[in-house]
Design a protein around this ligand. Structure first.
Ligand SMILES: CCCCCCCC/C=C\CCCCCCCC(=O)N[C@@H](CCCCN)C(=O)O
Length: 569
């Protein structure tokens, strides 16, 4: 090939790449529904009264700690149960609500709707919390004291704001006479922090034994309203977890030889294990950017970014390695692009002058959906490359597949729209839940599983999860309650509302109306996107005449003399 031909080929390739990059950059357009903002002045806005705040604080003061499987503060769980019972008298006495106590401590509420043809949905949360090292906290973890408008307590964001927020919303709605069309369930497990096998799994079994086959969608704790977490985006981003990372906890064990420390061997069990652990930390797993829900998230958010970042994010097929490097720099973004590794426990030795007879460490991996448990095991084995280190699986779960997040996916859109009613300046996007939830126990009921916590977070706040100084602002707790209020109200619709093309015209007017000249009887709603869609001849004639009148009536300067037919005058 001549030099000229080579130049022409290179220019052609670069031009083609440029065209692809630009087309992708400008064609990835987000969904923009018009949602009605929830304002504090609205008559149905639930204000954070002293009473509401006090019962939240009281719930936080009850230390419902889970320590390990089957080991949790049983008395405290009972105490929290009676606190809920007392705090929400309308919920607990309503004929529409049935409460079942499952496995002694978990709670399953069934709220009966009037229209049994609508598939029910499920809201879940957990009653338990992780332990807290009180000495490291600014304020005691189980006092729920308020400082600078923040309530500090273990469980403030994981996840008693969910428990109390859901029940506050329901209490309010029922006390205003709300009678749902669509039935729904509320499931509060009592041991989520130690895998939920006693609580959520038992709730799920109870639902199965009742013959429940399907729920429309499930909303559990999860991602949050994030400020400043995603490079290049200034406005809040509310991520709805459509998938969930798996986990793999490995036990590393080294058998040593006890003896007097004055005559040491070249390496002790602790030394051998320390080297293995160090190799594991020095060799992070590769980036999986582009192979999981994070791809959808970044493409969805690209439109919020400055042009350069937008070009990059819209074209991960080309710029993936740069983004991977960038995201690897901070723990929250690193967590979404790869399987991460945490050495969480290390034990060995009994006395300062005794050689350790063995040493044990635990490695907790959070697995990216594109990787299998076996792949991770093999990787670790190869990295450690030392037969003296025995590796065994302590516990594991494969990653959960992505739930649908399209324009017509009822559950996703109900959650997304409810978020935007509360956090009006936020943009929503599908994301991947980096921690684990109770949702695994409900996966047989639906593929529409979503993970979102109504929690506002700023950089650094992620350390408060299971860490010190967990807290929520009073304002955020009020938002959480109103978020669940909107979830319950919005999910009570038959169909996904607002799912029209109107969003593409929202910039032209605020006067957007949606009406079909269609006559409907009960049951006809199933014909939409269902089978036997039809219209009567008469109705079609009416439709034509309706549009005739829309055109003639709208052809006026102002709203006068609408009625043209003399018999209407
Ligand atoms: C672009 C950035 C996106 C990521 C930013 C994430 C910011 C933090 C948001 C949410 C934090 C989620 C982590 C909290 C998980 C809470 C639930 C939990 O702790 N679950 C336990 C279950 C344990 C079960 C026993 N194996 C857990 O995951 O450890």
């Amino acid at each position: 090939m001549s030099c000229k031909q080579l130049c022409i080929t290179l220019v052609a390739i670069c031009s083609a790449l440029l065209v692809i990059v630009l087309v992708r950059t400008f064609t990835l357009v987000p969904r923009k529904d018009v949602v009605i903002a929830c304002k504090t002045a609205d008559s149905d806005f639930i204000k954070l009264t002293d009473q509401i705040l006090k019962r939240f604080q009281k719930a936080l003061q009850i230390d419902t700690i889970s320590f390990k499987r089957g080991e949790y503060n049983r008395d405290q769980l009972l105490l929290l149960g009676s606190h809920l019972q007392k705090s929400f008298p309308v919920v607990h006495s309503s004929p529409l609500v049935k409460l079942d106590i499952i496995a002694n401590y978990s709670r399953l509420y069934t709220i009966s709707g009037s229209n049994t043809s609508l598939t029910p949905y499920l809201l879940t949360a957990h009653l338990d919390v992780v332990p807290a090292i009180a000495e490291e906290w600014e304020l005691p973890p189980f006092d729920a004291q308020i400082k600078d408008e923040f309530i500090y307590a273990r469980g403030a964001i994981d996840f008693k704001q969910g428990i109390m927020g859901i029940l506050e919303a329901l209490e309010y709605l029922l006390s205003k006479g709300f009678k749902p069309n669509r039935s729904f369930y509320i499931g509060f497990g009592h041991d989520e922090e130690v895998t939920g096998v006693d609580g959520a799994r038992a709730i799920s079994q109870e639902l199965q034994s009742r013959g429940l086959k399907q729920v429309e969608f499930l909303l559990d704790e999860g991602l949050a309203v994030l400020n400043g977490f995603i490079p290049g985006i200034k406005k809040p981003v509310a991520l709805i977890g459509i998938g969930e990372k798996g986990f793999l906890t490995l036990k590393l064990y080294v058998k040593g030889e006890a003896g007097h420390s004055s005559m040491p061997l070249k390496e002790t069990a602790i030394g051998i294990l320390a080297k293995a652990v160090s190799k594991i930390e020095d060799n992070p797993l590769p980036s999986m950017l582009g192979y999981g829900p994070e791809k959808e998230m970044l493409e969805h958010l690209a439109h919020e970014m400055p042009l350069a970042a937008r070009i990059v994010m819209s074209n991960l097929w080309l710029f993936g390695p740069i983004v991977s490097w960038f995201f690897s720099q901070k723990p929250p973004t690193n967590a979404i692009i790869r399987t991460v590794t945490s050495v969480t426990m290390f034990n060995g030795g009994v006395k300062t002058n005794v050689l350790p007879s063995d040493a044990t460490a635990y490695i907790n991996h959070r697995i990216h959906p594109a990787q299998s448990l076996q792949e991770i095991m093999d990787y670790d084995r190869a990295v450690i490359n030392d037969d003296r280190v025995q590796i065994s699986v302590e516990d594991s779960m494969v990653a959960a597949a992505g739930s649908p997040s399209g324009e017509n996916d009822f559950g996703y859109q109900i959650i997304s729209n409810s978020i935007r009613q509360i956090w009006t300046n936020a943009t929503t996007a599908p994301g991947m839940m980096i921690g684990n939830t109770d949702t695994k126990h409900y996966k047989d009921f639906t593929k529409n599983i979503y993970r979102f916590s109504p929690t506002v977070m700023f950089p650094g706040d992620e350390k408060r999860f299971h860490g010190v100084n967990e807290r929520i602002s009073k304002n955020n707790y009020e938002q959480a309650i109103n978020f669940y209020y909107h979830i319950i109200v919005n999910a009570d619709k038959r169909l996904l509302m607002g799912n029209t093309d109107t969003r593409h015209y929202a910039m032209f007017t605020k006067n957007i109306y949606r009406f079909c000249p269609t006559v409907m009887f009960l049951g006809d709603e199933k014909r939409f996107h269902g089978i036997n869609e039809r219209i009567s001849k008469k109705n079609y004639e009416q439709a034509i005449n309706f549009y005739y009148h829309v055109i003639t009536n709208a052809d006026q300067r102002s709203l006068i003399n609408i009625h043209q037919h003399s018999d209407e005058l």
